[in-house]
Design a protein around this ligand. Structure first.
Ligand code: ZN
Length: 232
C-alpha cells in the first residue's frame, strides 16, 4: 500500500519545472516552509483514478460487431478501491465515455467511506461470461449482452450500468430464485454484512446523485447489484 502510494506520488510529481522565466537573473523567491505538508507515506490511502481509452484487444470477449456502442465510445477507469480484506486494491471498470467522469466521482465517494468492493475486473477476464463474473463476485460495467430474460440490449451493453458486489447484492428473479448458490443467503436484505447495499443507503445515494437508478427498487425482479443511467 505504501509502495503504491509512493508510485502514485511519483507519477503526479514528475512534471512541472523547466520554467526558465525569460532568463531572469533573479532567483525566484524560495518558500521558507511548505505551505502544505506533503502527504505522509504513512497517511491514509487516497483515491486515485485514471480514465483511459480502450482498444479492440482490450475487449476481446465483451465487444463484437453489432454492439450498440463503438469501442471508441468506451473508456477504462483504472482506480483503486477498498477490498473485503480491509486493504486497498487496483481495479478497472469499462464504461461509456459519456459517464466516465461522473462514475469516477461516485467511486470516489465510495472509496472515501471505505465501502468494500470484492474485486473490480473487466468481464473480459471471464471471457465475457456474466455468470462467471458474478460467481467471482466481480464488480463490472460494460458487457455487450442482452438483458437477463429479455431480447433487448442490457444497459451494460452501452456501458451505462454497473453491477456492484453481485454476490452480496444478487439478482432475484420474480419467483425468488437466485442462480448463484453461495449468494442465496443474501436474499435477506436486512443482513448487515460488508458490501450489502440497503435501500436508501449512501451507495444508492451516490448513484442517485448522478441520476442513476437502482435495481433494488424494481418491482417483481430485484437486481440489488445493478445501477444504471436510465434506471432499467
Ligand atoms: Zn446489472
Amino acid at each position: 500500500m505504501v509502495m503504491m502510494l509512493g508510485a502514485v506520488l511519483a507519477g503526479c510529481g514528475g512534471g512541472g519545472s523547466g520554467d526558465n522565466g525569460a532568463g531572469s537573473p533573479v532567483s525566484p523567491p524560495r518558500a521558507t516552509g511548505p505551505a502544505t505538508s506533503p502527504p505522509s507515506p504513512s497517511g491514509p490511502p487516497r483515491f486515485t483514478a485514471d480514465i483511459k481509452k480502450v482498444s479492440r484487444p482490450d475487449l476481446k470477449y465483451s465487444w463484437r460487431e453489432g454492439c450498440p456502442v463503438p469501442v471508441s465510445g468506451l473508456r477504462a477507469i483504472d482506480m483503486n478501491h477498498w477490498g473485503m480484506d480491509g486493504k486497498v486494491h487496483n481495479g478497472r471498470l469499462i464504461v461509456n465515455a459519456s459517464a466516465a467522469e461522473e462514475l469516477t466521482g461516485v467511486f470516489h465517494k465510495l472509496f472515501d467511506r471505505k465501502y468494500p468492493i470484492a474485486r473490480m475486473e473487466p468481464v473480459d477476464k471471464y471471457r465475457g461470461s456474466d455468470f462467471d463474473s458474478i460467481e467471482a463476485n466481480n464488480t463490472s460495467a460494460f458487457n455487450c449482452r442482452q438483458a437477463t430474460g429479455s431480447g433487448s440490449w442490457s444497459q451494460h451493453a452501452y456501458g451505462l450500468a454497473v453491477d456492484i458486489n453481485p454476490c452480496e447484492n444478487p439478482y432475484v428473479s420474480a419467483d425468488g430464485t437466485i442462480s448463484h448458490k453461495d449468494c442465496v443467503k443474501y436474499k435477506d436484505r436486512s443482513l448487515d454484512v460488508p458490501g450489502l447495499i440497503h435501500r436508501g443507503d449512501k451507495t444508492v445515494q451516490a448513484f442517485a446523485d448522478i441520476g442513476w437508478g437502482w435495481g433494488g427498487n424494481w418491482t417483481g425482479v430485484k437486481d440489488y447489484q445493478h445501477f444504471s443511467s436510465n434506471g432499467r
